[in-house]
Design a protein around this ligand. Structure first.
Ligand code: ISL
Ligand code: CA
Length: 556
């Protein structure tokens, strides 16, 4: 069967700032990544997605790029990059770059020119509007708090920024912007990179008309992401990108698509749509959001998760390709979020969550440290945090609106904040978890003495070695890649049970999301006699144990 190479691959995401520091300045870097390629090869992943490594003033940790063809000073040099790329390729590891082109940094030369005057040749590279009645052109609110418009004294106009003011949105309607981006992408492809993860690509095409959006009760702004997602020309732009860049190389592409629906996903990632290979959808990441968006302590209701993931499994089957993820650099640690990070259940529940995701159809993404069962961090003071989203939301909800007390807000940040993903990778039990010999830019989780790579690589029962098995199973079993998905026991509040079927063979995946011992549902009793493909418990049992995940292999 002629199948694209990324369909049975597993991607590993590196957040370079927090992965491995090679020179003691407390910041992870490219040489640090090169040092750890053997570790990744051992894990069995074959694709590495690097969060941005380009020149950046770091207002949003590299997601604000001031030069797309240069390397962030703290991360090293282009020579370090070339070495990393060639060492990766030697080991059969592909490198996917983060492409952040909805916006640039306000220090990018295009923007520095653009703000000089209304008739500057780069003026239309960004989105400038006149004030309306002395105010912002619309009531749009940015992702990380406040208005999405920033006034600029020099020319008396506002520019659009969906993220922080130092991240001005590029104007994709301008063909020169598109060509500038495509040239830059071709330049990286010629260097031999293997793909792109496209940051908020669903937001690049703005509405035809700039007008106020609906404001939720108690809020000041209309959230811009709801207004700009899947805009009128986004598919046109991506088809042009495909024609001018992507189709010329053998790449894997994944678009980050906040606000994407199934219908839209089929356009972005349809097998025949000549746009991207897959998208990241975020519906499942919102199931524990509520009144204050993600800044809410809401318990996950398992049937919601099952319904959502099942919808994506079934609706994209045969027409488009899913990405599968629990974690990334914007999400809290999954074992703390939907598993159980107590001493008793951390490892077993991390393995259960991994099984539940990795047996589905799509390309799984493992976020650095997830393969160790790394946990959330307890942030006591906002001064312990680095993330601009956390710092701004603290001001909004504690200082200004007084919705939360300090303690309540720090609890929510410790449960949901992006810095949970960004604490340094835990390599061994030496000081700072072996991440750096200097002072780490963000505190290391004190549990590194127990949870670290060195200990896990050598332990056959570790979370690491369980991920390694899952990754190998996908490579070796077509049924995991191509099998038909079916959910069972949809209403069950504790168990996530599904099957995958191909050519008469069937896998039954049974995952217990609770710390209770449960009875085997009648409907699957007959199937649980089968051979076991993988399980997080050693012995067979007649009931389903706490956080058990077992995959039964019912051969044809
Ligand atoms: O993290 C989020 C909410 O907490 C998301 O809404 C996130 O902001 C959104 O998915 C866009 O994320 C991407 O673009 C941002 C950057 O800060 C994120 O790190 C990146 O993944 C702006 O470039
Ligand atoms: Ca460093």
């Amino acid at each position: 069967m002629d199948r694209q190479w990324w369909k049975n691959a597993v991607v590993y995401q590196i957040y370079p700032r927090s992965f491995k520091d090679s020179n003691g300045d407390g910041i992870g870097d490219l040489k640090g990544i090169t040092e750890k390629l053997d570790y990744l090869q051992n894990l069995g992943v074959t694709i590495i997605w690097l969060s941005p490594i380009y020149k950046s003033p770091n207002k949003d940790n590299g997601y604000d790029i001031s030069d797309y063809r240069d390397i962030m000073t703290e991360f090293g040099t282009m020579a370090d990059f070339d070495e990393m790329l060639s060492e990766a390729h030697k080991r059969g590891l592909k490198i996917v770059m983060d492409l952040v082109v909805n916006h640039s940094s306000d220090q990018h030369k295009w923007f520095l020119e653009s703000k000089k005057s209304k008739d500057n040749p780069y003026r239309d590279y960004y989105i400038w509007k006149d004030p309306v009645d002395g105010h912002e052109p619309t009531n749009w609110g940015a992702f990380f708090s406040g208005s999405a418009w920033q006034f600029d004294e020099t020319t008396g106009q506002y520019y659009l920024h969906q993220f922080v003011p130092e991240q001005p949105d590029l104007n994709w309607e301008n063909p020169k912007v598109r060509d500038g981006v495509f040239d830059m992408m071709n330049w990286w492809c010629e260097k031999g990179i293997d793909g792109f993860r496209m940051d908020v690509i669903s937001l690049i095409s703005k509405p035809e008309v700039y007008e106020d959006g609906p404001v939720r009760p108690g809020e000041k702004y209309a959230f811009c992401g709801n207004i700009t997602a899947n805009g009128p020309h986004v598919h046109e732009y991506l088809k042009e990108m495909n024609q001018k860049v992507l189709s010329k190389y053998d790449l894997v592409t994944v678009g980050e698509a906040a606000g994407v629906t199934i219908e839209e996903a089929k356009k972005y990632a349809g097998f025949d749509s000549k746009e991207l290979n897959m998208v990241f959808q975020f519906e499942h990441m919102d199931l524990d959001s509520d009144e204050h968006g993600k800044w809410t302590m809401k318990k996950l209701y398992l049937p919601d998760l099952k319904e959502n993931l099942t919808k994506w499994q079934k609706e994209l089957a045969g027409v488009a390709w899913n990405s599968l993820f629990w974690d990334n650099h914007d999400q809290p640690r999954i074992v703390s979020r939907w598993g159980n990070d107590s001493d008793e259940y951390r490892e077993i529940s991390a393995k259960m969550l991994a099984t539940c995701l990795h047996m589905m159809q799509g390309t799984p993404y493992v976020y650095q440290g997830e393969e160790l069962g790394m946990t959330n961090y307890t942030f006591k003071e906002i001064s312990d945090c680095d993330d601009v989203e956390e710092i701004n939301i603290y001001k909004d909800l504690v200082t200004d609106a007084k919705v939360y007390t300090h303690e309540e807000m720090m609890n929510v940040i410790s449960a949901k904040g992006r810095d949970n993903a960004r604490t340094p990778m835990q390599w061994d039990d030496s000081e700072n978890g072996g991440f750096t010999t200097g002072k780490p830019w963000l505190k290391v989780n004190p549990n590194y003495k127990k949870i670290n790579a060195a200990a896990e690589v050598d332990d056959p029962d570790s979370v690491f070695n369980y991920y390694k098995k899952l990754i190998a199973l996908r490579r070796e079993n077509d049924i995991i890649v191509d099998g038909t998905y079916e959910l069972l026991e949809a209403a069950d509040e504790n168990l996530f049970i599904y099957t995958r079927s191909l050519n008469g063979r069937k896998l039954l995946v049974v995952c217990n999301f609770t710390d209770k011992t449960l009875d085997v549902p009648k409907s699957i009793e007959a199937m649980t006699g089968g051979e076991i493909l993988i399980s997080n418990y050693k012995e067979k049992a007649s009931s389903i144990r706490p956080y058990e995940a077992t995959v039964f292999d019912l051969k044809a």
